[in-house]
Design a binder for this molecule. Structure first.
Ligand code: GLU
Length: 445
């Protein structure tokens, strides 16, 4: 059977670190198993769903490289939901309820005050035909609940959490439809997973209790029950993910010059017993993905880890992977020279400015100026090649007796205006003969 996973964001906001991680897990599992990855847009909430968020979600997924094999929106599926609803109604698995929000709130408060769990008391099932008629006459329209079967515990073997068991009477019958006819998340999601043959539902552990109810919905619809994997939630370094960290998304990554590969490498392994590695090729991470290695403890997200991983990844990126975002005149050799000196791509321009000049030179003393004059004259006489730096420093060592820092530092300073930076053997050929000579000449004056 082909694996099918789905990522089902609601277009009521941008993707954030938590749901990017869920998207990644689903995508990885589909890719690892040669399966199919669906992007489902959960837009049943007409008020809060916005087209700009749909486009934003698609754009963010593309930036991350999480390609989907098919996509659909729940708003295209209302006929299917209606048909399933009618079937469940005919089977007595959904029932109308007339309580107002305030009445329900009060019931919950009473239960809590008695130290009891705020489970819905199924009061609506006790209503007589007259009471219902009276409510209808009052102008109340019902909302609808799914009637959980109380006869047997709900069990499943979660790929992350292991064997799970829920006692149905401890759960409220979930509201599936509002009085205005609009759908809540629970039933449409189950209908979609059933109709689309989703084999693996991979999501955060905040959905565990939903899964218990949804398993009964699959059964009531006569559908196969998918396999579930609930990953532990993300936490900040010191506890709950702060609002700022929790809402971190692709626009923040771009602003901070975080590469998509770094985001993927971190989120693929965070909270698992496999080490986070600076792997820019996702294939290895996909191949080694294993739900049984996902931990049950919350995974700690630290943006500093992301920045560090990003630097490591940038140091390994080929020219081809970054060329589009480099200064135009920068070629493969220049990228190779500058790459180890940057924490992220945003720093490349500073180094490139040093190649392009003008550079600001320090004040050299007389003796150093004389040395730089010798360097200039020596370089004038040398054949220009990629090995010119070695030839120059070799000749200068011989001629002046200088070595180490005294030999190299004035040259670096004269040629780049800096005390540190790219390997000069790579840098000098990038500067080119004319620029190198001009800078040495100026420094010697
Ligand atoms: N739209 C739901 C959410 O974002 C989907 C949950 C699910 O994966 O079933 O929470």
């Amino acid at each position: 059977m082909t694996t099918k996973t789905r990522f089902a964001p609601s277009p009521t906001g941008h993707l954030h670190i938590g749901n990017i991680r869920t998207a990644l897990h689903n995508w990885m599992w589909a890719r690892k198993t040669g399966g199919h990855f669906v992007l489902r847009i959960d837009d049943t909430d007409k008020e809060r769903s916005k087209e700009e968020y749909v486009t934003g979600i698609q754009r963010d997924m593309q930036w991350l490289g999480l390609d989907w094999d098919s996509s659909f929106r729940q708003s295209e599926r209302f006929d299917a939901y209606e048909a399933a609803f009618e079937k469940l109604k005919a089977d007595g698995r959904v029932y109308p309820c007339y309580e107002t929000a305030q009445e329900l709130d009060l019931k919950r408060k009473v239960l809590r005050s008695r130290g009891l769990a705020p489970v819905y008391d199924r009061g609506a099932l006790e209503l007589t035909a007259e009471q219902i008629a009276a409510y209808e006459a009052e102008g109340r329209t019902p909302h609808w609940r799914f009637k959980l079967d109380h006869d047997a515990p709900i069990v499943w073997d979660d790929l992350v959490r292991g064997p799970q068991k829920f006692d149905p009477p401890a759960l409220s019958d979930p509201v599936i439809r509002r009085a205005d006819g609009s759908w809540l998340y629970m039933l449409p999601s189950t209908i979609d997973d059933a109709d689309h043959g989703v084999t693996h539902v991979v999501r955060g552990e905040d959905h565990v209790a939903n899964t218990a109810a949804q398993i009964q919905m699959f059964e009531a619809l006569g559908a196969d029950i998918p396999t579930f994997a609930h990953s532990a939630l993300l936490m900040g370094k010191e506890g709950k993910l702060s609002k700022r960290l929790g809402s971190m998304g692709v626009s923040d990554f771009r602003e901070q010059h975080i590469e998509p590969q770094a985001v993927l490498a971190l989120l693929a392994r965070l909270g698992t017993s496999d080490p986070v590695i600076a792997e820019s090729d996702i294939t290895h991470l996909v191949d080694t993905m294993d739900f049984s290695r996902f931990g049950r403890a919350p995974a700690k997200f630290d943006p500093e880890d992301l920045a560090r991983l990003n630097t490591q990844i940038v140091h390994g990126l080929d020219y081809g992977a970054v060329a589009e975002r480099l200064p135009k005149a920068m070629d493969d050799a220049a990228w190779h020279a500058i790459r180890p000196n940057v924490a992220h791509l945003g720093e490349v321009a500073d180094w490139w400015a040093i190649v392009e000049g003008p550079v600001e030179l320090p004040e050299f003393d007389e003796e150093t100026r004389a040395y730089l004059k010798t360097a200039h004259d020596t370089l004038t006489g040398l054949d220009w090649s990629d090995a010119v730096w070695g030839a120059l420093t070799g000749a200068l060592k011989e001629a002046t007796g200088r070595k180490g820092k005294a030999l190299f530092m004035p040259l670096r300073q004269a040629l780049t205006g800096q005390n540190h930076g790219p390997d000069m053997a790579e840098m000098v050929p990038i500067l080119g003969r004319d620029v190198a000579l001009r800078r040495l000449e100026r420094a010697a004056q």
